[in-house]
Design a protein around this ligand. Structure first.
Ligand code: CTP
Length: 401
């Protein structure tokens, strides 16, 4: 692995495991620079990390013999990836708020490299609302987080807060650095966002879909080499570069575009939330206030996913979403069958950090042969996991490679 990795070590008992993380990264061929917080040096000596990394270890910005002004920027620029192991609650809080009061936080604030955090702390600190809010902020900004797992903690408690094992952290590093091009040559169509059903020229019926999940999938599929078409309802997101974006407004628009575009696709992922009903006769003029009651007659829209399944081309993989507020898994399984899908991504939109407007999500990917639940993660990270599942399905169940 030809990569420059900066490992940040903060002051927790798990700091000793950083030695193995650094050693394993070096064995893979990475160049490793270590930055320790002052507290980390209470748990493990810089000399140990200097020895395993074969590089000088930086402790803080006030070390006189190094030109730190250049130093923090140099490491911020040099890094292909930052790994913070262990990441304490304090480090996460500082990072979430842009505090830069030592070498590690200063470098983190200056870098554009991706950051992987391996949190380690007491269960109470991990579950504290402040830490969880900081976690959501960091995930929404694109930070990757691995763990923490459950187990017995140094403080004697048993619970969540144990740092992931060095081998798991290193495997995640490999996953992040070796960007996959496993969708090269495949055509992927993604739908995203809500639809709008006109009542009159200035009013409509719609829903809370933000389009973020579908856009994240389209971007991830593009980065993995797919030729991507994104059919998007009205959303407030920038059109991703390198993706063919087809705007639609109503469910009927979506229906027509899908029937036309789907036949040439290999993978179809329907993250849009099309309105199930439309106004029977939208008014051509703005409706005037009229009495105490007004009745709007709604007529059912076609089920786009079902229509797509009905004209499925040979070998096509169809993925749907199910945003639910109750009986999430049972409802999602029922939709998988009813809509003739191969895979459905179920969200309980009532959970904190999941659902429409957030940048994070919690989901279960269901196929006929099993299901996988993913914890809170950024929509981009979830998009990658969904594509991993789709890729595996495409290979295994279609016999294609
Ligand atoms: N969907 C669709 N056409 C519709 C409604 C939904 O293709 N008219 C798709 C969505 O894009 C999504 C999946 O079906 O992939 C599930 O959407 P959801 O709104 O949860 O399903 P509904 O069939 O509308 O079920 P519900 O009774 O819960 O509204």
């Amino acid at each position: 692995m030809k990569a420059n990795i900066v490992v940040g070590v903060t002051g927790g008992i798990a700091a000793y495991k950083a030695v193995e993380v650094v050693s394993r990264l070096r064995k893979l061929g990475a160049t490793v620079d270590v930055i320790m917080t002052r507290n980390a040096t209470q748990f493990i000596t810089p000399l140990t990390l200097e020895t395993v990394s074969a590089n000088p270890v930086t402790v803080d910005t006030f070390v006189r013999e190094r030109s730190w002004e250049v130093g923090h920027v140099a490491l911020a620029h040099k890094a292909d990836l930052f790994v913070i192991a262990p990441a304490t609650a304090n480090l996460m809080a500082k990072m979430a708020h842009g505090i830069a009061d030592d070498m590690l936080t200063t470098t983190l604030l200056a870098t554009k490299a991706p950051v992987l955090l391996a949190p380690a702390m007491n269960t109470g600190m991990w579950t504290a609302p402040a830490t969880q809010e900081n976690l959501r902020t960091l995930l929404a900004r694109g930070a990757r987080v691995i763990g923490p797992g459950s187990g017995s903690l140094a403080c004697g408690d048993v619970g969540e807060g144990r740092m992931s094992e060095p081998e798991e952290i290193v495997a995640e590093v490999e996953r992040l650095l070796c960007a996959k091009r496993d969708l090269a040559g495949l055509r992927v169509l993604v739908t995203a966002g809500p639809t709008r059903e006109r009542i009159d020229p200035v009013r409509y019926l719609s829903n809370d879909s933000s389009g973020k999940m579908g856009y994240a999938i389209a971007e991830a599929a593009r980065d993995r080499g797919a030729e991507v078409t994104l059919i998007s309802g009205p959303v407030a997101l920038a059109a991703p570069q390198g993706v063919d974006v087809v705007p639609v407004e109503t469910t009927m628009d979506l229906y027509r575009v899908m029937l036309e575009r789907c036949p040439g696709q290999d993978i179809i992922i329907q993250a849009a939330a099309p309105a199930d009903y439309r106004i029977e006769t939208p008014s051509e003029q703005k409706l005037k206030k009229a009495g105490q009651k007004r009745t709007l007659t709604l007529v059912e829209n076609p089920d786009v996913a079902r229509a797509v399944a009905a004209q499925r081309a040979a070998g096509q993989v169809l993925v749907g979403f199910a945003a639910e507020t109750q009986d999430t898994l049972a409802n999602a399984r029922e939709k998988l069958e009813r809509k003739g899908l191969d895979m459905i991504v179920a969200n309980d939109v009532t959970l904190e950090g999941a659902g429409f407007a957030t940048d994070t999500n919690i989901a279960t990917v269901i196929t006929r042969s099993g299901e996988t639940t993913y914890p809170l993660m950024s929509k981009r990270e979830l998009a990658e996991r969904i594509l991993d599942s789709v890729r595996a399905y495409f290979r295994d169940d279609r016999g294609a490679e």
